[in-house]
Design a protein around this ligand. Structure first.
Ligand code: MG
Length: 257
């Protein structure tokens, strides 16, 4: 299934996307009963929103060998985790507003794990039963501040720096899907999640050893080789097999909200 959160008739709704049509659900598909109601919309007539509003966004760094090499870093033995602000999230089609247009600010195409139920000390063998589904995330990163601060919170938490979407797909193998990122149509990252150093199960187990995750929380899992800068006027697209395309224009404007 492909789940969406969208705006239509000035209301925020939840639904299931099939082809070009959305069937509305009676509530949030993660925390509600999520029964289909007798109301369908044309995809073209609605505005898709980020499919989830997480309370926590956990990020994993250096989780593809090629990316660790290009950053000149050793491969971490355990998943290297950090937090970014959920207020950085924006949806498909929304602008990434560069806070510091004079700083090198990079795209990072990533598959995001969406947690489906409260998860604490989850065993690796049971980890997938805590995963609701997967979506695309662009982990936009201010490299100047990342280097200056020696940690990641400020560099990665500006409003609009975490585009998320367009759908949450529940029927894919998160450990084996193609992931591609283009800037202005030019391929910059082209990999498969089977190149993850720490797989989906290991990540869920390691993160929940530390903190309790709640339904709707997300873990972004690291980016493949090929990171590079975004500039105002660019258009960046992440495409993950079975999920779809997350496309965002880049500007140096101040975000609307
Ligand atoms: Mg990242």
């Amino acid at each position: 299934m492909k789940y969406v959160r969208f705006e239509a008739n000035e209301e925020i709704m939840f639904g299931v996307l099939e082809g070009e049509f959305i069937t509305q659900l009676d509530g949030n598909f993660i925390t509600g009963s999520a029964k289909k109601v007798d109301q369908t919309f044309n995809l073209a007539d609605v505005k898709l929103l980020a499919p989830v509003e997480p309370g926590q966004v956990v990020a994993i760094g250096l989780n593809y060998k090629g990316h660790a090499e290009e950053m000149g870093k050793e491969l971490p033995e355990e998943p290297m985790m950090f937090m970014v602000s959920p207020t950085a999230i924006t949806g498909d089609g929304e602008e990434i507003c560069l806070k510091n247009p004079d700083h090198r600010t990079d795209y990072e195409g990533e598959i995001a794990i969406v947690i489906g139920k409260e998860a604490k000390d989850v065993k690796k063998e049971e980890a997938l039963s805590y995963v609701f589904g997967y979506t695309c995330c662009n982990d936009v990163s201010d490299r100047i501040l990342q280097k200056k601060d020696g940690q990641f919170t400020r560099a990665k938490s500006f409003p609009t720096y975490k585009p998320l979407g367009p759908v949450i797909a529940t029927d894919i193998d998160g450990n084996n899907v193609a992931i591609k990122l283009t800037v202005n149509g030019e391929v910059r990252q082209d990999s498969n999640t089977n190149d993850l150093i720490h797989d989906i199960e290991s990540i869920v187990a390691k993160v929940t050893e530390v903190m309790t995750l709640n339904p709707g929380d997300i873990i972004i899992t690291g980016t493949p080789a090929g990171v590079g800068p975004l500039n105002a006027g660019d258009e960046v697209t992440i495409e993950i097999e079975g999920i779809g395309k997350l496309t965002n224009p880049v500007s140096s404007r101040v975000p609307v909200k």
